[in-house]
Write a protein that binds this ligand. Structure first.
Ligand SMILES: Nc1c(NC[C@H](O)[C@H](O)[C@H](O)CO)[nH]c(=O)[nH]c1=O
Ligand SMILES: CC(=O)[C@@H](O)COP(=O)(O)O
Length: 159
């Protein structure tokens, strides 16, 4: 089993985020899951020095819209890193595959095109329980993991 605890990190190894400005784009699909991912990410940013006023949150309808939301945020806001938050759960059809692949490729492309790191905080799960387990459940909160990645990448971007 590849899953590790998504929330554990050594605070002593994390750069201070006090001078960084973060964007968080959150999908409204499966909002009970994405809200917990967002709260985990925001709390981790604040615990590592970020100011509440330096965390900009936008909502989009679904994970596929994370692509445009992140693009627009980069083009209109002065940010050090962005966290893209979504939760895609397998349904009856292949739509899951296309949404997951589309948002993955889209966010990858934005990371190549622009000089603002976008962290992939999209849970792509077989069922709801897997989503619950990874948004504050037995496997931790991927929002926390993503916030730490955002801080580290914002620091790397300063080089
Ligand atoms: N089924 C899920 C979706 N589907 C909606 C798409 O993301 C998109 O909003 C729609 O195709 C219109 O462009 N989105 C999720 O985030 N999670 C799902 O489980
Ligand atoms: C993963 C999704 O996009 C979701 O809408 C799948 O629903 P379904 O495949 O049952 O239509």
């Amino acid at each position: 089993m590849a899953t590790t605890n998504l929330s554990y990190y050594d605070k002593a190894t994390i750069p201070n985020a006090k001078n960084f400005r973060f964007g968080i784009v959150v999908s409204e699909w499966n909002a009970d899951i994405t809200d917990n991912l967002y709260l985990g990410a925001k709390q981790a940013l604040l615990e590592n020095g970020a100011s509440e006023s330096n965390i900009i949150k936008w909502d989009v309808p679904g994970s596929f819209e994370l692509i445009y939301g992140c693009k627009k945020m980069i083009e209109t806001q002065k940010l050090n890193a962005i966290i893209a938050i979504g939760n895609v759960i397998q349904g009856e059809t292949k739509h899951f595959d296309f949404v997951c692949d589309g948002v993955t490729q889209g966010i990858k492309d934005l990371n190549i095109k622009y000089d603002v790191p976008i962290i992939f905080c999209v849970l792509t799960d077989n069922n709801k329980q897997q989503s619950l387990d990874r948004s504050g459940g037995k496997h931790g909160n991927k929002g926390i993991e993503s916030a730490i990645a955002a801080i580290k990448m914002a620091a790397l971007r300063e080089f």
